[in-house]
Design a protein around this ligand. Sequence first.
Ligand code: CP
Ligand code: NVA
Length: 309
Amino acid sequence: MQQLIGSDILTLAEFTPQTLAAFLERASAQKRAAKTAAAFRPLAGRSVAIIMLKPSLRTRVSFEIAVTKLGATPVILGEGSAFSRGESVRDTMKVLERYVDCIVLRTFAQSQLEEVAACASIPVINALSDGYHPCQVLADLLTIQEKKGKLAGVRAAYLGDGNNMANTLLIGAALAGMNLTVGCPEGSDPLPEAVEVARAIARATGARLEIVRDPHSAVAGADVVITDTWTSMGEEAEHDMRVQRFAPFRVDAALMSGAAPGAIFMHCLPAHRGEEVTDEVIDSPASVVYDEAENRLHAQKALLTMVLG
Ligand code: CP
Ligand code: NVA
């Protein structure tokens, strides 16, 4: 099996169906053990820089705790540290890699992440970019597997903006053999390169991937209904236009009623209640958003142990 030791994780396409299965097994086992067993500190003596160039609650906290629980030292860098004062990406990386064993980076352009990864000799993990959010989708797949008992053949629907979450969910679903229908308005499609990569993987795993314009047909018979903000970080100036554009894709009780019996609702959070999802859905028994948020911690612990060996 191809290993992930030393790999950068920039989009999720670094995984294969086999490494994803190994990841899910490891994350589930470590999660179970964490509730009972003594401390598990396989990364003692290592250190991880966590660079956040956009706001974050879940990712920042769960990575800091994950690194600490594994026995390593987290170093949180915000504005005014890495990439400030006009220092080049290359100089920044050549210095940081003398101190730490891994870089976790949340930033804007995917190209910046790629540049960081090209300059650094240590693994770089995408903690969200404009293009992809692999750590979130690993946690989402772990959550769906827990709730539905499997991933292959599960029917998932993603509603709203074809953004970083949609791009990464397509790749994740393809790797897992899970069927995914993205319902989004024309002009807000997922990235063509993400769709192409996902379709190539899906040809091997049998996952069915679709992009449709009608929200009701997207959720029809779905076991899992997923949405995300209509206005991602960096797009705030477009908020009013986006609220108009995506209104038909709001996940409310009427839309959820078209999903399969026992369907679950997921959202990476933060939610904009009343925009992409109503209170009655996100606060309903179908909603698993807090289990999903908890799984960020378990997923990242497993990921860090796979990448750092
Ligand atoms: N879901 C997620 O990535 O949350 P944060 O933006 O709070 O990290
Ligand atoms: N699509 C959202 C995800 C936040 C976790 C954003 O990029 O802001």
